[in-house]
Design a protein around this ligand. Structure first.
Ligand SMILES: C=C(O[C@@H]1C=C(C(=O)O)C=C[C@H]1O)C(=O)O
Length: 483
């Protein structure tokens, strides 16, 4: 609940917003902040998401930052090829005359003030008109709570966080009504629950499932063969071929429980969930597309996969093989080179690790190369400009981009929807984080679409690629309780 003095301060901010909207004849974004303590972002999200068709959860592996967002103050629209720049323009226009109130918290990880959160489907054509998630869904949340992810070793001691309430005031808005609506949302979230998560639902063990592979295994392996043939013909160098596992269960999936399982089993990944009407898109990704922190721009080349070994010796041997394979090195280099080139447009001092490192997750290990740059002195590029330029990288699409994507749209036969897209957030100064949405699923009540893809190069082996895709499906399968 908000204290009476908080309510007065919020109301005063709304009134200032109204005055400004009347003077400027434009919608005005108000954003009011208050320090709070945060025990567990997932526990808050689990409770508050029930009251709204739109919510967002983010727990970053990269800086331990968390975001919980409930409701929408305003949607930022974008469709088609220019969806990212349309969203960026809408966001810039909306924040130009921001009216701020309350007390902001300055010691948060990267980012400040109200956020634009959400994501983009893999391709602008993919999701449009198919009745699932739109090709761009980015919004300014009515309520956001940002903090660091509490340290489990510290016994879930609450950490400092910022509660922020956002609204758009029009010339005829009623500030009392806006204040009441926001205070109600704050009541759904405060005081934060201290429990690390509600108990898991008991029905999971009694659930039955039917599964469909899209396409079936033989057909998919045939597609791998077809892709390697085209690559040998010189049509392109690499393509990332994906497949879908569609599962229908006898009862609805428990999404917050899935999120809790993901963050426990995959602690080095960024866990995200987007609720939009009846859909939830969630996942635990090891890959960021881009992060902007002050003037520093970070991108990640993550491509090249090996299984985990059953013993430490076998695991180390597989890692060595991964790092020493010329085929995988090529698959990886294509990604790193593209990232470096794309950053050079607006950054100086673009650099990357000399040698890729091996990143180990519970299910697979990957080759990883971090790429960094510093925004040039006169660059005005922000995170959404980098999203626009970088997505999709050859880690999710292919190389060269045009030829590989065109082959994919003719051959893959999949609605990737938000799989292999991006999810994240931007602040108004252009800082933020966007993750690549792999190891993810789209859930609609008792139905779930799980996705996995593999980078295919000239000498890829269909059997090995299929096995790799199975390993990549595992995190979401166990999180959703599909065994
Ligand atoms: C496409 C996926 O993963 C991508 C493909 C990889 C590969 O081919 O080695 C590795 C990491 C990711 O960039 C996926 O998990 O679905």
């Amino acid at each position: 609940m908000l204290e009476p003095s908080d309510r007065d301060s919020l109301l005063a901010t709304c009134r200032r917003g109204l005055d400004q909207a009347r003077r400027s004849h434009r919608p005005v974004l108000i954003s009011w902040a208050k320090p709070v303590s945060l025990a567990d972002p997932v526990a808050i999200w689990r409770r508050a998401r029930r009251g709204t068709p739109r919510s967002f959860l983010w727990q970053s592996a990269w800086d331990r930052g968390s975001v919980v967002a409930i409701g929408s103050a305003r949607d930022l629209r974008g469709r088609g090829e220019n969806r990212v720049t349309l969203v960026r323009d809408g966001w810039q226009a909306l924040t130009r005359d921001l009216v701020a109130g309350g007390t902001e918290v300055t010691e948060l990880p990267v980012g400040e003030g109200p956020l634009a959160i959400g994501g983009f489907a893999f391709s602008p054509e993919d999701a449009s008109g198919k009745g699932r998630l739109p090709d761009a869904l980015v919004w300014v949340p009515a309520l956001q709570i940002r903090g660091t992810v509490p340290d489990r070793a510290g016994g879930d001691r609450p950490v400092p966080a910022e509660l922020r309430l956002n609204a758009v005031l029009l010339h005829d808005s009623d500030p009392e009504q806006v204040t009441d609506g926001l205070a109600h949302l704050a009541g759904l979230c405060l005081p934060p629950e201290t429990a690390a998560g509600a108990p898991e639902s008991a029905y999971a063990s009694q659930r039955t499932y039917s599964r469909t592979e899209l396409p079936d295994a033989d057909h998919w392996k045939g597609l791998v063969r077809r892709a390697t043939g085209r690559i040998r013909d010189g049509a392109f160098e690499k393509v990332v071929l994906a497949r879908e596992l569609r599962v229908t269960a006898s009862s609805p999936f428990d999404v917050p429980t899935a999120v809790n399982r993901l963050r426990t089993a995959y602690p080095d990944t960024t866990v995200f969930a987007v609720d939009h009407e009846e859909y939830t898109f969630l996942g635990a990704t090891p890959e960021y597309l881009v992060r902007v922190d002050g003037r520093a721009v970070h991108a990640l080349g993550l491509a090249g996969t090996a299984p985990r070994g059953l013993t430490p010796e076998q695991d180390a041997a597989l890692a060595l093989e991964l790092a020493g394979s010329a085929k995988i090195q090529h698959e990886h280099d294509v990604v790193v080179q593209m990232l470096r080139d794309a950053l050079r447009d607006s950054c100086v001092d673009v650099a990357s690790d000399e040698e890729p490192s091996v990143v180990k997750l519970a299910n697979v290990q990957h080759l990883s190369t971090a790429v960094r740059g510093e925004l040039g002195a006169d660059s005005t590029a922000g995170i959404l400009d980098f999203v626009d330029r970088l997505h999709p990288t050859p880690a999710l699409g292919g190389h060269p981009r045009k030829e590989s994507l065109s082959w994919l749209s003719d051959n893959e036969g999949l609605d990737r929807s938000w799989y292999a897209g991006v999810v994240g957030w931007a602040d108004r100064s252009g800082q933020g984080q966007f993750a690549v949405t792999i190891r993810s699923a789209l859930v609609d009540g008792p139905s779930a679409s799980l996705y996995a893809g593999c980078g295919i190069v000239a000498d890829s082996d269909p059997e090995a690629e299929h096995a790799e895709s199975c390993a990549k499906l595992r995190p979401m399968m166990s999180a959703l309780g599909i065994e």
